[in-house]
Design a binder for this molecule. Structure first.
Ligand SMILES: [Zn+2]
Length: 350
């Protein structure tokens, strides 16, 4: 790459962004192009490196992880996309060129295709429910987080509250939570087992979908507007945190659930493709190994911090406003700090 001023570089990035509908990734090192100009494949498999030139990572090298096309010369790319007017004067370089890691996902296909599913028969939204009331639900929760029951008309879902998982307005899955306590369910199941009767499951979720491709509350992440996302484990954590931090109408910060203490490449891609920059990991603090792993995974694409829950043994659902306030005010750590702390604690314990 020849000499190009900062202004020229930024101008070219802006032009490529609008010409190719490209977007900078979280660390602003790559332009992710939704449709490959060479093979026409969609899904953001074509990337243009715009980070610092390090070693043989050259500015404006582009590569498609679908068709494998690499273009080392920006002027060639500009010709190929029909924008020769943007060409820059370049000195020939014979340095070997390294293909940058765009997603760190390389050839793996990112499969983010979802199927639309039906809610259980007789499911109907509700705006008052005794069980949810006992878990602190307020009017806004029912309004922002659709939930319903089958009203005694579908025995498979008797005593369940059922939350649709919505993605771009479509229902792509559901989470059904039994309203009895764990103890009550266990007790019932012991008797049921002896009598050869049907066992109650605490969760009775949809099965025609792959939860690793879903995020609960994903539509609250608004493209190019939401820059910070707090990831938590489950539906109730999302709702509790949204309520306690009053995030209902906050378009810059959203809470989403990954359905457990881990995140998949598809889920990362879903957040990245909406232009999210900062991720706060809000998993249960005792899951230190899972947190370290997830944080390291996310750290390649986002600025990551970890919310170390202050009141031990509680999850978001059970914490009061001040516990949560303290967590966000005083207990956000970087992945490295968190890892060091957990090592410290392990040493102390042993
Ligand atoms: Zn391609």
């Amino acid at each position: 790459m020849s000499y190009i001023s900062k202004e020229e570089k930024e101008y070219l990035i802006r032009e490529l962004e609008s010409e190719l509908h490209a977007k900078l990734d979280g660390p602003r090192k790559n332009l992710i192009v939704p449709i490959c100009p060479y093979c026409g494949k969609s899904g953001g498999k074509f990337g243009i490196y715009v980070g610092k030139e390090v070693g043989n990572k050259k500015l404006f090298v582009s590569h498609c992880f679908s068709c494998g096309h690499t273009t080392k010369d920006i002027n060639q790319l500009l010709d190929d996309i029909g924008r020769p007017d943007l060409k820059i004067i370049e000195k020939a370089s014979f340095d070997p060129v390294q293909i940058p890691e765009f997603f760190g996902l390389e050839e793996d296909e990112i499969d983010d295709e979802l199927s639309i599913i039906d809610m259980p028969e007789s499911w109907k939204r509700c705006y008052h429910n005794r069980y949810l009331q006992s878990r602190g639900f307020v009017y806004d929760d029912y309004e922002y987080f659709p939930v319903g029951t089958t009203r005694g008309l579908n025995w498979k879902f008797d005593d369940y509250v059922i939350f649709p998982i919505i993605d771009n307005g479509d229902t792509v899955g559901y989470v059904a939570r039994h309203t009895w306590s764990k103890e009550a369910i266990d007790q019932y199941n012991q008797t049921a087992k002896r009598n050869g009767k049907y066992q109650i499951r605490r969760y009775n979720n949809s099965t025609d979908n792959d939860f690793v491709k879903l995020l609960y509350n994903y539509d609250a992440v608004i493209e190019d507007e939401t820059d910070t996302v707090i990831i938590v484990e489950g539906v109730f954590d999302v709702i509790a945190l949204t309520r306690k931090l009053e995030l209902y109408d906050n378009t810059r910060v959203a809470v989403v659930a990954t359905f457990g203490k881990k995140i998949s490449d598809t889920q990362i891609y879903k957040l990245q493709s909406k232009g999210v920059k900062n991720i706060i990991v809000g998993y249960d603090s005792d899951a230190t190994d899972a947190i370290n792993k997830t944080a390291a995974q996310l750290n390649e694409y986002f600025d990551v911090t970890i919310a170390k829950i202050i009141s031990d043994g509680k999850d978001w659902d059970e914490m009061d406003f001040w516990d949560i306030y303290d967590t966000f005010a005083y207990n956000l750590t970087t992945p490295v700090e968190f890892k060091l702390n957990t090592l410290d604690e392990k040493i102390k314990c042993n």
